[in-house]
Ligand binder design. Sequence first.
Ligand code: ZN
Length: 471
Amino acid sequence: MSVLIKGGRVITAADDYVGDVYVEDERISLIGESLDVAANRTIDATGKYLLPGCVDPHTHLDMPFGGTVTADDFESGHVSAAFGGTTTHVDFCIQAQGQSFGEALEGWHGKANGKALIDYGFHLAVTDLKEGGTLEELARMPDEGVTSYKLFMAYKGALMVDDETLFRTMQTASETGALVMVHAENGDAIDVLVREALAAGRTEPRYHALTRPPETEGEATNRAIQLARVADANLYVVHVSCKEAIDPIAVAREKGWKVWGETCTQYFFIDYSFLERPDFEGAKWVYTPPPRAKENQEHLWAAIRNDILSVVSTDHCAFLWDGQKTLGRDDFSKIPNGGPGLENRLHMLHEFGARTGRISLNRMVELLATNPAKLFGLYPRKGTIAVGSDADIVVFDPEKRVTLSAATHHSKSDYNLYEGTEVTGAPEVVLRRGEVLVEGDELVGKPGSGQFRKRARVGEELRSSRTVVAA
Ligand SMILES: [Zn+2]
């Protein structure tokens, strides 16, 4: 099977030129000017951008959480991702208390089997570490292609780990070459504040934010950075939401420490005031860290420009407003934390980042595809358009006008974080390993065709074993 994509404007993290891209057997085999080659299918991309398929390193599909299960499974989540131009994601495999990592991983592979449309990998979320058991098993996980360990410093009584578990995981990661990811919030202090608020009868959604002040994120971010230095581990701070957390990452990066940070689309657009919307509507934006005071948004734009933050993910963790979010109608602490967003990351960053000139198109690609592929051991198979790379390509129409809405998105969630937002620019054709998944408004790809990708360790690149002959 071969595909020739003609006359598109190829935009990678480094380049920007008009050319033809030739795809054979799932990979890009030739890039050039006016290629004269026979293909099974030709796509005219005149006037369109050719972007690498986006890589989302932070999603939660089919995950039990807060007394319920996230609304999107690997089928609806992947369809939603594909329509948004995301062709690879790395989801969190969560170890249940007392469970071995092998069992946890088997469970998550089972969730994706037969349903996957895009390619995927897993991070391992460590919740329970025991000497003579899981600690030893943890060291073997990179051999399974699982090269990142995630720890929650919040959600006391559920997913939160203590500093000993955090530190021992960092020590293990230092030996195995895995990347340590942290959800950085001080879970102990937050737990006290939540109990105090509830005792005082403060139950509305806005108390979700008021009991998780930005200082608790800043403190935990700095603690994780300092402990990672002691353990000599590579650290990646997920979903940075505020200046208090940006500052310690800026210091670390200026000093050249092995620290990276990520923010998520929603933190640029949703602020604290959304939580104050009446009739429990605020619950739609109950995710963690919470929407912050609006001034943080300019700090976040500056941080992605200055490479203090290296990735924009979605933290897609979709729930229904009606039936799931409403579990917390009388108690904000029972509102399932999370929101949808997997489908709209490229729409939003293109409209409000690239089109406004806050970031270049190259930087947009770097934040959404290239950097996550590099940091999570998928590059150069994923994250770029180059000879030998997987043919994960978004034919992006920069003039197409779209209104983001739950009425048209593909997530099962009954609301959209950005409901009614108008954007100019949207994916038109999305290919994953040379196969067309999405064409206009049509789903063409078949669930079950997405593949688990083993990921390389930090600093290693995932090279093709096949010799690629460039013409
Ligand atoms: Zn998350």
